[in-house]
Design a protein around this ligand. Sequence first.
Ligand SMILES: [Zn+2]
Length: 348
Amino acid sequence: MKEIVTLIAVLAVFTNCTNSQQQSTTDDAAQVTIPSINTTWTDKIVKTEAEWKQQLSADAYEITREKGTERPFSHAYNDSKKEGVFLCVACQNPLFASNTKFKSGTGWPSFYDFYFEKSVAVGSDNSYGMSRDEVVCARCDAHLGHVFNDGPKPTGLRYCINGVALQFKPQQDLRSAVFAEGCFWCVEEIFESVKGVTAVVSGYAGGEEENPTYRQVGSGSTGHAEAIEVTYDAGVISYTELLKVYFNSGDITQVNGQGNDIGKQYRSIIFYKTDEQRTLTENYIKNLNDSGEYSQPIAVDVEEFTKFYIAEKYHQDYVKLNPNQSYVVAVSIPRYKKAIQLFPELLK
Ligand SMILES: [Zn+2]
């Protein structure tokens, strides 16, 4: 069995490095997609009162379905100055952005504008002997509060909203990091499984050639390495934790290659984008070398980032889209499975 696997692996080296049959005829650049707040919904959400009761906390049910009002100054969102977006607690429809929040002194979170055109609907509320404009979530009809005409410019409106009806989504602190560690199909798959990682793109970095193709990089003549650019939310995962993922995802003592993929294009490099990334990386490597756990020195280069070229479209999400491809079966998936056991606390 082992021989068969080895044979497959050897064959697969050629599949990965030199087979150009699957080469795309275009060099479509893959776009970095960052998950965002959902403003594209089309259908309203309709549930029975029993279903809402089961889903929501008692407070949230009372406010949103029974048009309750929380005690003024009772909710933490009243004073909150954090940057982000307030969603509907019942359906996560984005309702208000923090940059339209203002201090009204009323004791309820107050905004002068809604987030987008499908955030809220306004109706008439004549309860308690008052005539007020009720504000509901446009997607699920949750009662949110009321709107008055005594707000600040530019709208002159004051959306007076129950904090209980809201769910705060902090603004993401998105940063990026670039790593190379052999075949980018494998490395991309591993990093995509890591929490706080919002996008991983396969490409080329570290060489001189402008706009290199896969074939050029594969020939080893461009100086580029197969690399990935990781976009991550620094509020969820730190750069040091990404380094932990990196240093547990491959053979970090192999010089100019990874497994059977041999050549400068498969060398291990971390491209730092900031002085902080550089210091963290150099210290991490020093600690590994000092730990005595490795019989060979750590063979990971550390270079300043200059440019990242996005690889051809068909290289993006390659493992997910080609789970039966021979190299993926023989190398990528085993490497992925081995790696993720070493940092379970960092997985999505
Ligand atoms: Zn809603």
